[in-house]
Write a protein of this length. Structure first.
Length: 346
């Protein structure tokens, strides 16, 4: 067993809701339980949920966010200390942590959400982070800590949508909305699986980058506000086989129109809100499957990491900030100017 040389742990914490209420404090280092490990955090990444939590806008499910709170759920680092009963990992291993560490396998259950990092319990924006060994996954040697820190939420959500609840096959068509972390990973995974990826964006500045990543074609929302028509035209009137739906209430109707008969719409985000029109007739007439997805289990995480390592997929990082600039990083995320992931380096 190794141990940190510091006597305290530097953490960022939310003292009150609002991006102006971050502070950086030293907390005592808590001794490890027998089955826990401690890592030196090297990088963390942002998700839209982190912004909602910091602003006090994350939907409550009967368990309000308690302050002060260490934010963020996604990180990567190296193991520096292990408890006496730890068998899965060793000092020196490079790892990432699961967003819901208690969801190790099987279907999602409501109690898994109660341990969500950076929301229900303290997150990872700290010099050191500790937790049960079952909540960590080894990361590929080919990935930097910054790249690996992008995987626990955005990549795993895209993986779950396409391969766990979805059944993506080569030659099928995937439609991704926007250019956030989930959408970009879904685009990369679809292409890696031999599928065609169509992207929708509201930004002309992002059009070329999406094309470079392999989206073909890219639909510009300003020119095609009813973009389902363009999706149908592109597919010869058949529609797309899989929609990774990140918008929610404001986009679900167009996704239904764009989907193929027997197609799948996986709802992974609510960026446009929860209220919207839902026409039941095409859902029935097309025999569509609409399913919600919340990240994934540790077992899914391990399967995804194996595929990323095997195929050499590299996460797309848009911008990198330092720990003390967490407020600026969240402001940048809020602006929507990013394509891919926003990372915080420790």
């Amino acid at each position: 067993m190794s141990a940190p040389q510091d006597e305290t742990n530097l953490v960022a914490q939310i003292d009150a809701f609002g991006l102006e209420h971050f502070s950086f404090v030293e907390r005592p280092i808590v001794p490890l339980r027998l089955d826990e490990i401690r890592i030196r955090v090297r990088a963390a990444s942002l998700n839209y949920r982190d912004l909602l939590v910091a602003l006090g806008q994350f939907p409550s499910r009967g368990n309000d966010t308690r302050l002060p709170l260490v934010p963020l759920s996604d990180c990567a680092g190296e193991v520096i200390e292990v408890g006496d009963a730890v068998e899965r990992l060793a000092v020196g291993d490079r790892v990432s942590c699961a967003q819901m560490p208690s969801w190790t396998a099987g279907p999602f259950r409501p109690e898994n959400a109660q341990a969500t990092l950076g929301c229900r319990v303290d997150g990872v924006l700290a010099r050191y982070f500790q937790g049960h060994q079952r909540g960590f996954v080894k990361i590929p040697e080919a990935l930097s800590f910054e790249e690996a820190a992008t995987l626990p939420t955005a990549a795993l959500t895209a993986w779950n949508a396409l391969f766990e609840v979805g059944d993506l096959k080569p030659g099928q068509t995937v439609l991704v909305l926007g250019s956030g972390g989930v959408s970009i990973f879904a685009l990369q995974f679809a292409l890696a699986a031999g599928a065609r990826a169509i992207a929708i964006t509201g930004s002309e500045a992002k059009l070329g980058k999406l094309q470079q990543l392999g989206a073909e074609p890219v639909i510009l929302r300003s020119q095609e506000p009813e973009w389902s028509r363009a999706a149908l035209e592109i597919t010869g009137g058949l529609g797309v086989d899989h929609v990774v739906e990140t918008g929610g209430g404001g986009t679900i109707d167009e996704s239904i129109k764009a989907a193929a008969t027997g197609g799948s719409i996986v709802l992974v985000g609510l960026l446009t809100g929860t209220a919207g029109r839902l026409d039941m007739l095409p859902i029935l007439a097309k025999t569509l499957r609409i399913q919600g997805v919340i990240v994934g289990s540790v077992e899914m995480f391990e399967r995804m990491v194996g595929m990323i390592d095997h195929l050499g997929i590299r996460p797309v990082i848009d911008a990198t900030f330092e720990m003390q600039d967490i407020a600026a990083a969240l402001e940048y995320l809020k602006s929507g100017r990013h394509l891919g992931k926003v990372v915080v380096r420790l």
